[in-house]
Design a protein around this ligand. Structure first.
Ligand code: G3I
Length: 313
């Protein structure tokens, strides 16, 4: 129903949200997800620090609960994320041998993706590999393995869950420049090496009234790689104080980005990064911003909800 039904009527796979037991455990959040969204992304529960905080010792408590919630309610799942420099336990960051790190990546991916084999629609296999200037981020993965860490991760994911669509995901792909250019070049190299990649995720953590108009052309540029494209973590935060004019601007901006996906054949779906403004990561990370989502602190639909919905008419 809701937003998801409208997105599907446009030929897309889903309109999704991010959640985890800590948020869908609230009955109002759960009922909004049931009514409005067709896909869920685990906000934190499938990350490395949540699943393998010490080597070889796996914990799937929250991840299993998320998967049970999704399958019970008939929702698709975007797995997030297998190889990422952040929320990475120290024991991984401290590895200093390339062959050991290769084995560790392969075992982590095989175990996490293997546990949910057949249940995951998309996997964000690698996340945020680039700096803003288009160079590779100086993570333990890149330092020891170079670009090959990406090939290793995708091949392991393909072996573990052959039917999941495998994605590379990043942020600040919303405007022209070095970062999106680097992403597009990398995708070309991965394809030429035969790496099993299906899609590119553009997170779309945006600011109301701030260069949203450049986003549609970047979605088309990503689509021109030939991969599927997904908007994976949309939120549009408002600089405080939140005014009705800024809420209206935010509504306009949501329409722009949702319509851009609707109008791009290769764009398969859109996910907002949470349900209610009450639970957004923005509150703690950007205290000078607020109110980035479609439902307010009291779980009521905002102007942005109506506008996003109308963009799918
Ligand atoms: O679970 C612990 C809890 O035990 C502890 O008491 C508490 C104290 O700080 O922290 C809790 O962990 C927090 C975790 O969220 C779960 O709530 C972490 O500190 C906090 O850093 C973590 O933030 C998440 C962030 O990723 C970490 O980088 C956000 O919820 C999550 O929304 C955010 O999501 C990322 C995507 O994965 C990738 N793209 C960017 C996006 C926004 O940063």
């Amino acid at each position: 129903g809701g937003l998801d039904a409208k997105m599907k009527a446009k030929g897309k796979r889903y309109f999704g949200t991010a959640t985890d037991p800590g948020t869908f455990g609230n009955s109002q959040v759960a009922s909004i997800i049931r009514a409005e969204f067709g896909s869920v992304t685990p906000e934190n529960s499938m990350k490395w620090d949540a699943t393998e905080s010490s080597r070889g010792s796996f914990n799937f408590g929250n991840a299993d609960a998320l998967v049970n919630f999704a399958t019970t309610n008939g929702k698709l799942i975007r797995g997030h994320t297998l190889v990422w420099h952040s929320q990475l336990p120290g024991w991984v960051s401290n590895i200093n041998s390339a062959s050991e790190l290769t084995t560790v990546i392969q075992n982590h991916v095989a175990t996490v993706a293997g546990r949910f084999k057949g249940k995951i629609d998309h996997w964000d296999v690698v996340n945020e590999v680039f700096e803003e200037n288009g160079t590779f981020r100086n993570s333990v993965f890149y330092r020891l393995l170079g670009e090959q860490f990406i090939d290793i991760a995708f091949k392991a994911a393909k072996a573990a869950d052959p039917n999941a669509k495998l994605y590379i995901n990043d942020y600040n792909l919303d405007y022209a420049g070095s970062k999106i250019n680097a992403m597009i070049s990398l995708i070309g190299r991965l394809k030429s090496r035969g790496v099993p990649i299906d899609g590119v995720g553009t997170q779309a953590h945006l600011i109301a009234g701030n260069s949203i108009n450049s986003v549609p052309a970047q979605i088309r540029a990503l689509a021109a790689t030939g991969l599927d494209v997904a908007l994976t973590e949309i939120d549009i935060r408002i600089r405080k104080p939140v005014t009705s004019a800024l809420l209206t601007q935010q509504a306009t901006d949501y329409a722009t980005i949702i319509k851009a996906c609707v109008d791009t054949p290769k764009c398969v779906g859109a996910t907002v990064w949470g349900v209610s403004d009450r639970n957004s990561w923005v509150d703690s990370t950007f205290p000078e911003f607020d109110a980035p989502l479609l439902f307010d602190d009291n779980y009521a639909k905002k102007a942005a909800y109506t506008s996003a919905s109308n963009a799918m008419n």
